[in-house]
Design a binder for this molecule. Structure first.
Ligand code: NAG
Ligand code: NAG
Ligand code: NAG
Ligand code: NAG
Ligand code: NAG
Ligand code: NAG
Ligand code: NAG
Ligand code: NAG
Ligand code: NAG
Ligand code: NAG
Ligand code: NAG
Length: 680
């Protein structure tokens, strides 16, 4: 009895707390409108102007009940309660809570109601009248629930345990099957190759959706109801995650952005361990995203096989940068998407994050397994995730980057990775005068304010230094020679990509098509037409790993090192973006003095800032800190371009840097960025 009182007390509080926003009664419920059955036997339908997918081939649950006769399909809402008196207020509160957190559920799912209670319960006249106002046609009653209602009642024989939320009910003979609902969002910025969803086939396969909205050519991306994940306490439960199309997801084709590669390779029959980890943590894979072909650094105007994605920021004509471009721009674009997985070999997470004004990182070398991920450089590749929200970003990585998935020294060529999760914060802010200040003088004050916050909050000291001359003055002739170290990185990237991708592709295509060379983008074609196996081979690769380790060891003793107080004594700042200037998808627009190309080598520097961590193994995060104006020659209107800064710490100090970022968010220095034209 006491328990029941407590529960109804809780519900009263819930009703009171949301009564302000209590669901309004709608004038007309949109009817179920069947569109098509997809090749996997799942149904696409519309309710009003919104499209949905229902996993009808492998429904979530099949419930035994007394139904005879014709097959009917209708959208229903599953409600679970703990109360004995099911009143209008009870239903209203539940529905209001659904509407508040979920973008999939709508009133249109009230064609039927499935209600169960953990205690013997009855539905009163107020609840029945409330449902009548929606023209609800069926009510499914759990074993312990009784109701005096005028519309069709169906008694459930046994109440299986499955999540509340919207479903598509299909009546059979003696049973009703309930299929999971996905809302289909148009990929208006064309950042995806295709949407995908969990097939629920019991074998962990995902299915590609492959559905377009013909009016605007948009791919449709399926996202499941968030209500299904209530009570699921896994760290990423119900979080929607898009995947760069380099990573295997069981049941989906991996293309690396190349139709030729897709042609010669089978559909993935196992998910990459890094993706499996996301699924195990409760994350929902919603589709595969565009990338510069084979993770190259191709400029937007060099894309041939895929159409280049659009950046929602500014005038809509800004670059998304190279390789993980689809991921960064999608996170800047869509509120319905929480995360996008990318990879970074030379800049491919960090620069897309910079131009889209989102959070994105290159983790320490070796942070997570890249098995079943198409490689560029086995010992330079890393995996990262884009996010708008610093807290969500940190929540994701702390669950995702787990010691069991660290790469062994046999892959990285470096010492085993250790990643302390402490507040042993850096004491020094390294400000490299060869990479800073920011190119746009209107952006530098934003950086200076950020630096002032760092010094205030963490009692840090700013140290200006010249990176190029500091490294050049080391006594070790290999470690101080940035030309030698860059050449080693080049060997690592060239050999792996050729050995694992280029050579097999060219060989297979040659055999299939009478000696023809495969159709590939110009970023890779010249290098692969005349690949020099005397220069790039397993022996030079192994030598390059030794060279790389020598550079990393010197860096960690002389530039960014650990002390008893700090994991990384310093955090180094630089900008991987454009320093607050717009950079465009259309080449000629970048020739103006008020615009910029990407990856410009600053005068006096030997390598771009982007190349520091691929060479030295360090962790490098892109952090959005503001925005500046420009006058657009595309919209002929004033627009905003994001300003970001890169924070670099010694290899292994990632979690200390995340803790620092969390503190900056607590202090209001870092914020969640918005989707759309402006980040702030
Ligand atoms: C219920 O049906 C009536 C009669 O067809 C209609 O006028 C009304 O708009 C419907 N209400 C809803 C919420 O769909
Ligand atoms: C869809 O319909 C709703 C009302 O039923 C309306 O508010 C919304 O703007 C419409 N959306 C589109 C994209 O047409
Ligand atoms: C019902 O009560 C149980 C135990 O107190 C609780 O875990 C569960 O969340 C409640 N369910 C609902 C729908 O309120
Ligand atoms: C996946 O397919 C490959 C061949 O493409 C096969 O060798 C392997 O056994 C399959 N693995 C599983 C788990 O089915
Ligand atoms: C701040 O750092 C300086 C050394 O740079 C130190 O002398 C001082 O005690 C520190 N202040 C606080 C509040 O920790
Ligand atoms: C590097 O060495 C040169 C020549 O000795 C010296 O002028 C310069 O200041 C040194 N640079 C740094 C950053 O120590
Ligand atoms: C760096 O090494 C290259 C050979 O890789 C050599 O040609 C060059 O002179 C070296 N530079 C310096 C500054 O030692
Ligand atoms: C291939 O590489 C070797 C070793 O670096 C070099 O001697 C040779 O000239 C290269 N061949 C071509 C065609 O560039
Ligand atoms: C726009 O075009 C004008 C005239 O060619 C040029 O001066 C200006 O720099 C351009 N602005 C940008 C942001 O590229
Ligand atoms: C800064 O912008 C100018 C063009 O306005 C360009 O020449 C220069 O290379 C840029 N510097 C960097 C570091 O991007
Ligand atoms: C940094 O040092 C390099 C190498 O000594 C030099 O070429 C460059 O001009 C210096 N840059 C600045 C901004 O001092």
């Amino acid at each position: 009895m006491a328990g029941q009182l407590l529960v109804s007390g809780f519900l009263t509080a819930l009703v009171a707390s949301i009564s302000v926003s209590a669901a309004p009664i709608i004038a007309k419920r949109n009817p179920y409108s069947f569109v098509l059955e997809n090749p996997f036997g799942d149904k696409i339908f519309e309710l009003g102007n919104v499209s949905y997918l229902a996993n009808t081939k492998h429904p979530k649950v099949v419930v035994g009940c007394e139904i005879k006769g014709t097959t009917t399909t209708l959208p229903i809402t599953v409600v679970k309660t703990n109360v004995s008196a099911i009143t209008k207020e009870v239903l209203e509160a539940v529905i209001a809570s659904y509407l508040k957190v979920d973008d999939v559920f709508t009133f249109d799912f009230l064609d039927g109601l499935y209600i169960s209670s953990t205690v013997p319960a009855s539905m009163d006249a107020s609840a029945a009248n409330y449902l009548s106002s929606f023209n609800t046609s069926f009510i499914f009653l759990g074993e312990s629930v009784s109701a005096d209602v005028s519309f069709s009642k169906i008694s459930i024989k046994s109440s299986p345990d499955f999540p509340a939320g919207p479903y598509l009910a299909t009546f059979g003979s003696g049973s009703v099957s309930l299929a999971t609902i996905y809302r289909l969002y148009p990929d208006t910025y064309r950042t995806f190759l295709f949407g995908a969803y969990d097939s629920n086939d019991g074998a962990d396969n995902h299915h590609p959706l492959g559905t377009f909205l013909p009016k605007m050519w948009d791919n449709m991306i399926p996202v499941p109801s968030r209500i299904y994940y209530w009570g699921d306490d896994r760290p990423l439960a119900g979080e929607r995650v898009a995947i760069k199309d380099l990573y295997d997801v069981k049941g989906l084709q991996t293309s690396a952005g190349s139709q030729a590669w897709a042609y010669i390779t089978p559909t993935a029959n196992v998910s990459a361990p890094s993706i499996q980890q996301i699924l195990d943590l409760g994350g929902v894979v919603v589709g595969k995203q565009k990338l510069a072909q084979f993770a190259s650094g191709a400029n937007p105007w060099e894309w041939q096989d895929e159409h280049y994605p659009f950046n929602p920021r500014g005038d809509g004509w800004l670059t998304c940068s190279a390789s993980s471009s689809g991921g960064g721009c999608s996170i800047a674009a869509y509120d319905w998407l929480e995360y996008a997985i990318g990879s970074d070999t030379g800049s491919s997470m960090r620069r897309p994050a910079a131009v889209s004004g989102t959070y994105g990182q290159r983790p320490s070398q070796g942070m997570i397994s890249l098995d079943r991920v198409i490689p560029l450089g086995a010992a330079t590749d890393t995996a990262g995730v884009f996010s708008r929200d610093p807290y969500k970003w940190i929540k994701f990585v702390k669950a995702w980057y787990t010691p069991s998935l660290y790469q062994p020294p046999s892959i990285t060529g470096l010492s085993p990775l250790e990643v302390p999760d402490t507040d042993a914060f850096p004491k020094t802010i390294l400000y490299p005068v060869d990479y800073l200040p920011l190119n746009n003088s209107a952006a530098e004050p934003i950086l200076q304010e950020f630096i002032a916050s760092l010094t205030r909050i963490f009692n840090m000291t700013v140290k200006e230094f010249n990176f190029t001359s500091t490294v050049g003055n080391w006594t070790d002739p290999v470690a101080r020679n940035l030309t030698t170290l860059s050449a080693a990185t080049n060997v690592i990237n060239s050999w792996t990509a050729w050995n694992v991708v280029g050579k097999p592709l060219i060989t297979a295509w040659n055999a299939l098509f009478d000696g023809r060379f495969p159709p590939i983008d110009p970023a890779r074609r010249p290098g692969w037409i005349s690949f020099n196996e005397s220069r790039y081979n397993q022996i030079t690769y192994d030598t390059a790993l030794v060279t790389k380790k020598r550079g990393v060891d010197w860096y960690e003793e002389n530039l960014q090192y650990s002390t008893p107080e700090s994991c990384s004594e310093s955090v180094m700042l630089y900008d991987i973006g454009t320093g607050g200037l717009p950079s465009f998808r259309e080449q000629a627009l970048n020739d103006s003095p008020d615009a910029s190309y990407l990856a410009v080598l600053p005068t006096g520097a030997k390598i771009t800032g982007a190349n520091i961590c691929p060479i030295f193994g360090c962790a490098d995060f892109t952090i959005p800190i503001g925005q500046v104006k420009y006058f657009s020659n595309v919209t002929f209107h004033e627009e905003m371009v994001p300003v970001t800064i890169n924070m670099v710490v010694k290899r292994g100090c990632d979690f200390v840097l995340y803790n620092m970022i969390e503190k900056l968010a607590d202090e209001g220095v870092l914020k969640t960025v918005k989707t759309g034209r402006t980040a702030f």
